[in-house]
Design a protein around this ligand. Structure first.
Ligand code: NAP
Length: 484
């Protein structure tokens, strides 16, 4: 092995959402120079972009927090989106990360040359760094439905991640296409204030009921004054989640999921009208699609001013949506139709060793060794990248573990154990083949269509237990990296 070349030890982090801010905090702590490039003017990622009525984080707030920055002030068991956004902005400021962020500066190109990455931003700035961490998130490219006449609609029309707050929806006839987590939260929030809400449901969803729990001032004060109480709560919730739900989803025959399905059925039974109840009854296993959590969706859809339309959409016309020949007249149309989940940091132009283009490598579907690295792309890592546990563990805990892994690899290069960090083709292929086989046994592969599936209908999320993810992240296998 040649002696390690050390141009600079600088890092470019792409994206200032939850993972990018985390990377900044950890890089600062480790004493590495870094710049975070952020396309928008604020931190927060998905929580900055999704501001639709009713948005809330359906993961319990005390585990949807950085492990090193627990928050005694969460208002609810599952908190509103604006509060989550405020949390990330607050953490970024407190840790002095904002001054490392170049806002309104999207990265458009990363090219590996001379043992470094050349980064180009949309402002035309070009710079060299030794390491790149892509923390661009997964659910950030809105997916617009391919429906005839979509552009002919004359009223306001927007995607849930682009909510137009200039439009007053009160007293209007609103159409909503899609009943995933976003559509369900919007339905419950807007139903009481609009004249009429027409929900176009293509596939019924399993809705897990959750009781709304608002923390009292006394409880928050106890969390503020007793750090152990807060830490224990976080630890208990994490363990329960990782040993329970996270373990059950990788087993298509899990009894725990049967129990969740029972709870969903009990909630569905609160729907009085038999015809409506049957429309809302899913025909696949609970958790095959991402579970939707709501305490008030079934109340909302039983209101007189809400209609659930299950007939398929023929086309969109200037004044509404046509299903099987019937026109539903609308003032505003909301598209709760999800995201392109295979983009990750693209459309960025990323060229690795020997001129290899990431678009070419990922032309069928994106995949990454242990969710973090791709052969031929040296010193380039992803947080919450392809094959990450998106449907199972807390995304924050995942990003923290992934970052610890990345830092260990960086240290190995800096110590001269590796010249550069480039995962071998053999290691990637071995991991990918095993992942692909394991994915077929998960609940996501039990016969439904969802954003968890790749082009071949195979789930792309991490299909192994939490314990395996943790041990892979804790102890990187250097033999899986090329000795160049
Ligand atoms: P989604 O789960 O992908 O749901 C998209 C919805 O649009 C589905 O109901 C889908 O129907 C429907 N749809 C798509 N194209 C359509 C078409 N051409 N015609 C009719 N219907 C169409 O998207 P999402 O609700 O935005 O949620 C995405 C993910 O974001 C969630 O799964 C979750 O991970 C995350 N999220 C989390 C929270 C939270 O509280 N933590 C809140 C919101 C979102 P089909 O089911 O038939 O495909």
């Amino acid at each position: 092995m040649s002696s390690a070349k050390q141009p600079t030890n600088s890092f470019a982090v792409i994206g200032a959402g939850m993972s990018g801010v985390l990377a900044g905090i950890k890089l600062k702590e480790a004493g590495h120079p870094f710049t975070i490039f952020e396309k928008a003017d604020r931190v927060g990622g998905t929580w900055r972009e999704n501001t639709y009525p009713g948005i809330a984080c359906d993961v319990p707030s005390h585990i949807y927090s950085y492990s090193f920055e627990l928050n005694p002030d969460w208002s609810e068991f599952t908190s509103p989106g604006a509060e989550v956004q405020e949390y990330f902005e607050g953490v970024s400021k407190r840790y002095g990360i904002d001054e490392h962020i170049r806002f309104n500066e999207a990265v458009i190109r990363c090219t590996w040359m001379d043992g470094e990455w050349e980064i180009e931003t949309e402002k035309g700035h070009i710079e060299r760094v030794r390491w790149v961490i892509a923390a661009t998130g997964i659910l950030h490219h809105p997916k617009y439905p391919d429906i005839d006449g979509l552009d002919t609609f004359e009223g306001p029309m927007f995607h849930t991640a682009r909510w137009d707050h200039d439009i007053d929806i009160a007293g209007k006839r609103i159409g909503l296409i899609g009943t995933g987590s976003s559509g369900v939260q919007i339905t419950a929030a807007v139903a009481p204030e609009v004249e009429n809400l027409t929900v176009f449901q293509r596939t019924a969803q399993w809705i897990v009921p959750n009781d709304r729990v608002v923390y009292t001032e006394e409880e928050k004060e106890a969390f503020r004054t007793d750090a152990d109480l807060l830490q224990n709560l976080h630890n208990e919730m994490s363990t329960a989640f990782n040993d329970g739900f996270a373990t059950s989803v990788i087993d298509g025959n899990s009894e725990l999921l049967d129990g969740i399905q029972e709870r969903c059925l009990e909630a569905l039974d609160t729907v009085q009208d038999e015809e409506l109840k049957e429309k809302l009854r899913p025909t696949y296993k609970a958790a095959c699609k991402r579970l939707v959590v709501s305490h008030n969706f079934y109340d909302a859809v039983q209101r007189d001013n809400v209609d659930i339309i299950t007939e398929s959409i023929d086309r969109i016309e200037p004044n509404g949506v046509v299903t099987e020949g019937e026109l539903h007249e609308l003032d505003v149309l909301v598209l709760a139709t999800g995201f392109h989940v295979d983009a990750f940091m693209r459309p960025m132009n990323i060229t690795g060793r020997n001129g290899i283009d990431l678009d070419e490598v990922w032309k069928d579907w994106p995949s990454a060794y242990l969710s973090i690295a791709v052969p031929e792309f040296p010193n380039f890592f992803m947080l919450n990248g392809p094959n990450s546990p998106v449907g199972n563990f807390s995304l924050i805990q995942t990003a923290e573990m992934q970052f610890d892994y990345v830092l260990q690899i960086v240290n190995h290069v800096n110590q001269g154990d590796l010249d550069i960090a480039v995962v071998s083709h053999e290691a990637f292929e071995r991991f990918d083949a095993e992942r692909y086989e394991a994915a077929k046994g998960t609940v996501w592969a039990t016969g439904c269509n969802s954003w968890y599936l790749d082009n071949n209908g195979v789930p792309f999320a991490w299909p192994f237990p939490f314990s395996r993810f943790r041990s892979e992240m804790e102890s990187p296998r250097l033999s899986d990296y090329e000795k160049v």
